[in-house]
Design a protein around this ligand. Sequence first.
Ligand SMILES: NC(=O)c1ccc[n+]([C@@H]2O[C@H](COP(=O)([O-])OP(=O)(O)OC[C@H]3O[C@@H](n4cnc5c(N)ncnc54)[C@H](OP(=O)(O)O)[C@@H]3O)[C@@H](O)[C@H]2O)c1
Length: 309
Amino acid sequence: MSARTATALTRGPVLLIGADGQLGTDLRKSLAARGIAPVLSSRHGSLPDGGSAHACDLSTPGALAALVREVTPSVVLNAAAYTAVDRAESEPDLARRINATAVGELGEAAKAIGAVVVHYSTDYVFAGDGTRPYREDDTPGPVSVYGRTKLEGERALAASDADAVTFRLAWVYAAHSANFLRTMLRVGTERDLLRVVADQIGAPTPAHWIAEGSLRALEAGARGLYHLAPQGQTSWHGYAEAIFAGAVERGLLARAPRVEAIASSEYPTPAARPAWSVLDSGKLERDTGVRMADWRMGLAEVLDQLGAN
Ligand SMILES: NC(=O)c1ccc[n+]([C@@H]2O[C@H](COP(=O)([O-])OP(=O)(O)OC[C@H]3O[C@@H](n4cnc5c(N)ncnc54)[C@H](OP(=O)(O)O)[C@@H]3O)[C@@H](O)[C@H]2O)c1
C-alpha cells in the first residue's frame, strides 16, 4: 500500500485547488520542495504573487469535475473551502455548495479517473463539549452552518467511494494570509488593551506543518479520516499572550499590549464556536509515523519566519 501511494504524487499531474489560500500557499511550497510543480487552480484564475492558475469557482455546479477531467491528475489536493464562519450563517446555501456539494462532485470525478483526493476538514464538526482530545471516531455534532457543511463535505467525499484522505484541522495560521496571529500583530501595534476569549480551547496549527504533515501522510499511504493538530492546548487568550511575548522577544513589536481574558458570551458572534477544539492526532502518528510537535514550537517557527522577513 505504501509503495502504491508513494507514487501517487509522482504518477501524474498534481492538481491543487485553492492555490491562493492560506493552506494552498504552503502546499505549493511543500510540493516545490519535492520537485513537484502542481497544476494550480483558484476561484478567479489569479494568484497573490501575480501568477496565473486555472479559474474554477466551486460555487458553479460541475466546474470542479470538469477541471478534474481536463487535467486528469493522479492527486487532487483540495485546499479550497467556504471559510467565513460567521458569514456562513447567512449564506448557508453557498457554504453548502462549496463545502459539501462540490466536494462530492470532486470525489465522483476523481473516482472516475482513479485519482487520489486529499481533502481538509475542521474541528468545527464537533460540538465542543468534549473532555479529552477528539478522536476520529467520536460523534460529530456541529453547532454552526460552517461546521455542518464541512461535515457534509466529509461524508459526500466518503460516499463517492473515491480513493481519498481527509485531514481535520484546527486554528490554522501562517506568516502570510488572513489569520488570528496576523490580526493580533496588527491590532497589537494599535491598542494598549485587547480582550480575547479564554473559554475556547484548541491548538494553533501552522499551515506549513499541515502541508508537510498531510503530504508525508499521503506518501505513507494514509486513507480515510485523520486528525492533524499539534500537541498541547491553549485558549485564544493564551495564544494571544504567547504571540505577543514571542513578537516582543524577536523585535516584531516594541511592547506587548495587555490581554484581558473574556468569556465567549462577552464577544457574541453570528456563529457559535465549539468550546473544546482539541484534536487527538494519535492515529496519524500510529498509521503514518507523522508526529505533530507542540503548538508553541510551531508558533516560534512562524514568528521566526516573520522576523526573517
Ligand atoms: N483557517 C482555519 O483556522 C481552519 C481551521 C480548520 C480547518 N480549516 C480548513 O482548512 C482548509 C484550508 O483553509 P485555509 O485556512 O487555507 O482557508 P482560506 O485561506 O480561507 O482559503 C480558502 C481558499 O478557498 C478558496 N475559495 C473559497 N470559495 C471558493 C470558490 N467559490 N471557488 C473557488 N475557490 C474558493 C479561497 O479563494 P478566494 O481567495 O477566492 O476566496 C481560498 O483560496 C479548509 O478546508 C478549511 O475548512 C481551516
